[in-house]
Ligand binder design. Structure first.
Ligand SMILES: [Ca+2]
Ligand SMILES: [Ca+2]
Ligand SMILES: [Ca+2]
Length: 236
């Protein structure tokens, strides 16, 4: 029996070697190298997979956040600057934080940037394909003229009375803009692409040109659309 098994194993090995020899020598497509996490925390380089601030106010700057990485500024009033591709998760923690997605910043699908608790300021000048969230309490989220929110992207006020404003720019807003619970001011001074969804709770909703759905949703909503599709579910 042992001899039989050995013979079979040897035969199998021979077949494997032969198959490998027959493989064409064409170059297989190479997936582009992903940038490894590259951040600094108060000037000290940090490479992940967990980039942590302290319970005090920190300055965290990232040129790349890889898919397996969590960046957590923790407590304190932190400044978080994202100036490259974000594939992982970024959290600003409690405290009144300032989170910036610079012009070279990209939040990829599945990635998230969450300012979390307290009154945060979120400034967006880059590309949004994932989620950017103000977190609980009263946040101010501003999309600069260079910002581009694609169909998979979402900018969310979440709980609290939030201000979500988009400055006029060349890229139509194609994703979701949602004040979430609370009395929000959603002021989109840009064009909404047909794929866009502008939603509110008890809100003031404004869209400059809407080829999309502007939906007051439940609650008392005041809606203004300068041109394009009329808003839905608005009380005023
Ligand atoms: Ca901190
Ligand atoms: Ca916060
Ligand atoms: Ca809200």
């Amino acid at each position: 029996m042992v001899v039989m098994h050995d013979a079979r194993r040897r035969a199998r090995r021979l077949v494997t070697v032969a198959a490998a020899a027959l493989l064409p020598t064409v170059a297989l497509p190479v997936t582009p190298a992903r940038a490894a996490t590259a951040c600094t925390v108060n000037g000290v380089p940090a490479r992940g997979p967990f980039v942590a601030g302290t319970e005090r106010g920190d300055l965290i700057v990232c040129d790349a956040v890889d898919g397996g990485t969590v960046v957590d500024a923790r407590g304190g009033d932190d400044t978080v600057i994202l100036d490259g591709v974000v594939r992982g998760r970024v959290r600003a923690g409690s405290g009144d934080d300032r989170v910036t997605l610079g012009p070279a910043g990209v939040v990829e699908p599945g990635a998230s940037v969450d300012a979390q608790r307290d009154d945060d300021t979120v400034d967006i000048a880059g590309v949004v394909r994932g989620d950017i969230d103000g977190g609980a309490q009263n946040d101010a989220l501003t999309l600069r003229a260079t910002a581009r929110v694609e169909v998979s992207g979402a900018v969310l006020g979440a709980a609290g009375n939030d201000l979500l404003r988009a400055e006029p720019g060349p890229h139509p807003y194609a994703g979701r803009a949602d004040g979430g619970p609370g009395a929000d001011l959603v002021d989109l001074r840009t064009t909404l692409a047909p794929t866009a969804r502008a939603l509110g709770g008890n809100d003031f909703l404004h869209a400059h040109v809407a080829f999309a759905l502007t939906d007051g949703g439940p609650g008392f909503d005041i809606c203004r659309v300068d041109a394009g599709n009329r808003p839905a579910a608005c009380e005023l």
